[in-house]
Write a protein that binds this ligand. Structure first.
Ligand SMILES: [Zn+2]
Length: 264
């Protein structure tokens, strides 16, 4: 099985394609990470794997140990950063980052907005991609939290052949059930324009619908994601659904049509 490291901001994109860059605070434009001070850039290859372990480990207990060993031994060099699927990880004690840590919360030193957290599992400080603006060569790139959902779904189709997946938030109070139909579609969306590499899917956030589908299908694979990722995914899918022709918006009584893509 191959797990994608095709993240939007992965190490080879930073080191080879972009080379000179800054990650700034999205709110106040404070420079948080400056490539001129960075000694090395690595990928966190197991990120999506990590999230899928929650449901895999009950079927494949042997993977859990290997995964944990691999994860805990991953450390950046001094002044080095590690690119995750939806965050940048580093050691704040290197003293070159524009962030402040109070207990486990990471905030922008200039505007004090909370933009990340210390992750005791990997013993690294993290800032979330959606709180950053990536600047290079006079350009700016942003990252929406639902980009990560796209990666999770794509990895599940490619690696697991799973087309139905439930994404839940951390306390399992909210979830979305997704059924992936097509990937790699170019679609013109009313009021949005042409979007490439869209994923066509049906979804529901209704608890009783999800319960009914689970009952009919037996087991449904679950992935836990951050609240912000789940909220952003639901908002984006709902907003796209409302732009689709009325006759195509629903399938049966349980499913709504949505499109997901990794562009703004
Ligand atoms: Zn700021």
């Amino acid at each position: 099985m191959s797990i994608s490291t095709n993240y939007k901001w992965n190490s080879s994109y930073l080191r080879k394609s972009v080379q000179i860059y800054q990650f700034n605070c999205l709110k106040c434009d404070n420079v948080l990470i400056d490539s001129s001070q960075i000694s090395s850039v690595l990928d966190m290859p197991s990120e999506i794997w990590a999230e899928m372990m929650d449901f895999w480990h009950c079927h494949k207990p042997e993977s859990k140990t290997n995964y944990a060993d691999k994860f805990s031994s991953l450390k950046p060099e001094k002044d080095g950063i590690i690119m995750g699927a939806y965050y940048v990880a580093f050691n704040i004690d290197d003293g070159i980052y524009g962030v402040t840590k109070v207990s486990n919360n990471i905030s922008c030193t200039k505007c004090s907005k909370s933009i990340g957290e210390y992750d005791p599992k990997v013993k690294l400080d993290k800032v979330f991609n959606w709180d950053l603006v990536f600047k290079h060569h006079g350009k700016e790139e942003l990252f929406k939290p639902y980009f990560h959902t796209y990666d999770i779904l794509l990895d599940n189709v490619n690696g697991n052949a799973t087309r139905i997946l439930e994404l839940t938030n951390e306390d399992e109070s909210k979830s979305i059930l997704v059924w992936i139909f097509n990937i790699g579609l170019d679609v013109i969306i009313k009021g949005v324009g042409m979007k490439k590499n869209c994923m066509k899917l049906y979804y529901t956030t209704d608890r009783s619908n999800i319960g009914e589908e689970r009952k009919n299908r037996g087991e449904i694979d679950q992935v836990t994601v951050l609240d912000s990722i789940l909220e952003s995914t639901i908002l984006q899918l709902t907003s796209i659904n409302e732009r689709l022709p009325k006759s195509t918006r629903e399938m049966g009584k349980n499913w709504k049509l949505g499109l997901l893509y990794k562009e703004e």
